[in-house]
Design a protein around this ligand. Structure first.
Ligand SMILES: Cc1cc2nc3c(=O)[nH]c(=O)nc-3n(C[C@H](O)[C@H](O)[C@H](O)COP(=O)(O)OP(=O)(O)OC[C@H]3O[C@@H](n4cnc5c(N)ncnc54)[C@H](O)[C@@H]3O)c2cc1C
Length: 505
């Protein structure tokens, strides 16, 4: 076995004293790919005298396909994430962000999540699995007003935001303010956008039922999509059915339309001629119009392709024009993995989705281990199983490619969506939490309780712990004369200074 024979080159590097002094397989990112690579390798590498190290700013893997259901209040937020500590017991965990990789010297620089000083982490192998981030365009006001749907925190904020806006809006008397509060906009008609707007609409409908001060007709949902169709993952006729389904729920679907400006009111334009379209106000602007490879990859010495992803061979080793780069691997949304089935993106690479990420992670772990024993590596090849999407309770669409092609709509598709994702959720413990949560909701209904002050949880305590201003000095006792026993005002004198100033305002 040639495991870690080159480890000597790492001696003398500056690194954190807390790090284990063992040959390291460094996994950058503990999302879908990172979690599964670590799960598959941690024991083998430990038994061989090494250590798998996962670096991620988050202490958990996020099951992103559940984010819309978290935003819709159908899944408890904690159940949609998988704790690294609980499930990666033989893995060294570092909560931080890899800011750069110098593969020539086998080191990565980590910025710890607590904001402390950066430190170097030496490694023998590196697995790049930092995923993708939301892709935006330079639209004025978008950064100030918008929110994405890539993290569990965003999903929680959306759920609370919808409930809060409906509650607050229901008290508003100014029609303009009320309409703004009750208007919800999603930009991007891909899977994430459609699932997001439908789950939010479902939640809003449930909240409105509980609130006699607001009518369903007052709540406005708008989907903005730049292309002439939505959901490229399903057939044209299914996509059309989805548009009709959304419209039947009162969701406005604006195709060939783009957001041009978000300063003040939202200004939309028609595409491709860029003529002005609608303009209206909204407090809720969700941006789900695409993702891009995590830009951290630009701070490495790895070869990139035009879309900014790291170049890999079908066996998931990183390779550039100069050939294969030893001990460097990548998979998932950050990597341009060739799709050997020929059904991928127009450039011949795999579509960035969880279906591929999971299987690439398993293949990568096997190949990395095989490379240690000079065994042949196997190329990644996976035939797409299709797509399932949930649109709120009992509603959905599915395009299954298991035995031939099966198209489903409505409750059956929704059951397929829940069945597939319930089983695909990593770890048995998490599957059980999600599935039992669904069963519970079936009997007791959706929970539409809004959690307050999540962004300022100390507010009440700070107010309670801050000394109240001292009361103004008591007025001097009136002389014991004829006015004694009468109220001050009656005696022609003010009761105290505050009373005077309050009255005169
Ligand atoms: C709303 C939504 C719905 C989706 N629905 C589906 C679906 O129904 N079906 C499907 O197949 N796919 C779906 N996807 C796509 C799927 O979730 C992704 O393709 C998949 O998660 C990619 O896995 P990954 O490991 O490459 O990246 P991720 O799972 O995103 O993991 C990347 C990890 O890297 C970490 N990280 C980021 N920067 C750094 C850094 N500098 N250093 C260290 N760590 C870093 C992140 O914190 C994260 O944990 C959906 C995505 C979204 C956003």
């Amino acid at each position: 076995m040639k495991f870690f024979t080159n480890y000597g080159i790492l001696e003398g590097m500056a690194s954190s004293p807390q790090l284990q002094d063992r040959p390291r397989v460094l996994v950058v990112g503990g999302g879908y790919v990172g979690l599964y690579v670590a799960l598959k390798l941690q024991k083998k590498i430990a038994n061989a005298g090494g250590i798998v190290t996962v670096v991620d700013p988050l202490p958990y893997m996020t099951y992103q396909p559940f984010l819309p259901e978290v935003a819709g209040g159908n899944i408890e937020a904690r159940h949609a994430v998988v704790s690294h500590r609980k499930h990666l017991k033989q893995t060294e965990l570092i909560q931080g962000r890899v800011t750069s990789i110098d593969h020539a010297n086998r080191t990565a620089v980590v910025a710890p999540a607590d904001g402390g000083a950066n430190f170097e982490v030496p490694y023998f192998d590196v697995v790049v699995a930092a995923g993708a981030i939301t892709r935006t365009f330079p639209i004025k006001g978008l950064a100030d007003k918008g929110i994405g749907l890539k993290t569990i925190e965003e999903a929680v904020a959306l759920r609370n935001g919808v409930l809060e806006r409906i509650e607050t809006g229901s008290l508003m008397t100014d029609p303009v303010e009320r309409a703004r509060a009750l208007t919800f906009v999603v930009v991007g008609g891909g899977f994430a956008g459609i699932e997001c707007i439908t789950e939010m609409e479902d939640l809003a409908r449930a909240a409105v039922k509980n609130n006699p001060r607001v009518k369903q007709e007052e709540v406005r949902f708008v989907l903005v999509e730049a292309m002439g169709r939505i959901m490229p993952e399903v057939t044209e006729s299914q996509a059309q059915w989805v548009v009709e389904h959304l419209r039947s729920r009162g969701i406005e679907v604006l195709l060939n339309t783009s957001l041009d400006n978000a300063e003040g009111s939202l200004k939309l334009i028609n595409l491709p001629d860029k003529t002005p379209a609608q303009e209206f106000e909204s407090d809720t602007l969700v941006w789900t119009a695409g993702v891009q490879a995590n830009p951290m990859i630009r701070s490495t010495d790895f070869p990139l392709e035009p879309r900014g992803r790291v170049r890999v061979l079908p066996d998931l080793r990183i390779a550039g024009d100069e050939g294969i780069i030893d001990n460097a691997w990548a998979a998932g949304d950050i990597a341009a993995v060739p799709d050997l089935t020929g059904n991928g993106l127009p450039d011949g690479t795999c579509v960035p989705n969880a279906q591929h990420a999971l299987r690439q992670a398993k293949r990568l772990a096997k190949n990395l281990w095989a490379s240690r024993w000079d065994k042949p590596l196997t190329d990644y090849k996976h035939k797409n199983l299709g797509a399932v999407a949930g649109f709120g309770e009992w509603k959905g669409v599915a395009n299954l490619k298991v035995v031939g092609r099966i198209g489903l709509k409505g409750p059956l598709a929704w059951l397929a969506h829940r069945g597939y994702h319930g089983l695909a959720m990593p770890t048995v413990e998490r599957k059980l939490r999600v599935i039992f949560g669904w069963i519970l909701s079936f009997f007791v209904g959706r929970d539409t309780t809004q959690l307050m002050d999540l962004d300022n949880p100390r507010g009440a305590f700070v107010a309670a712990a801050t000394p109240a201003p001292k009361p103004a000095a008591a007025p001097a006792a009136p002389p014991a004369d004829a006015s004694a026993g009468k109220p001050a005002a009656e005696a022609g004198k003010p009761a105290n200074k505050e009373a005077v100033s309050a009255e005169s305002k």
